[in-house]
Write a protein that binds this ligand. Structure first.
Ligand code: CMP
Length: 137
């Protein structure tokens, strides 16, 4: 099933100059971007985006980190895009991520883990609408 997912190339990956490597992986996996932009999130935007995590102990650190430098936000589209992207990313903690995944290659810590990807169809829709309200299905 053709679907869409939201990805963010996080500040650590932008600083390491691996935007190109990460986008190449999306393209080669058959989930190329259909919309993308580079931006620096405000703390409010980061808190709004990660609102589902607002009761977690890492919420303040996470949102401060995500607002600490430029990110690249992408809407990806392709067959089974959500699962394909989750498999490409690897486990949240780069130390546990499988060899060959984006987080194993580029992640430094559970916070600076190179990329975000939507975890389910409902969150993908909400997350895409958050950054690309103009994008029609
Ligand atoms: P992400 O996929 O962007 O979704 C939420 C983020 O919270 C996650 O990746 C991690 O970078 C970050 N995070 C920080 N600490 C934790 C933790 N203990 N458990 C899960 N996620 C964490």
């Amino acid at each position: 099933m053709k679907e869409r997912t939201l990805a963010i190339i996080k500040p650590d990956a932008v600083k390491k100059h691996v935007i190109g490597d990460i986008i190449r992986r999306y393209e080669e996996a058959g989930i190329p971007p259909i919309a993308l932009k580079m931006m620096t999130l405000s703390k409010d935007q980061a808190e709004g985006f990660y609102a589902v995590h607002n009761a977690r102990p890492f919420f303040q650190d996470l949102t401060t980190y995500m607002a600490s430098g430029p990110v690249v936000v992408l809407a990806l589209e392709g067959e089974n895009a959500i699962k394909v992207n989750r498999d490409l990313m690897g486990a949240t903690d780069p130390k546990k991520a499988e060899t060959g995944t984006i987080r194993a290659a580029h992640g430094a810590s559970i916070e600076a883990n190179a990329v975000h990807g939507s975890d389910a169809s409902e969150t993908a829709q909400v997350e895409i609408a958050f950054f690309f309200p103009e994008l029609k299905s």
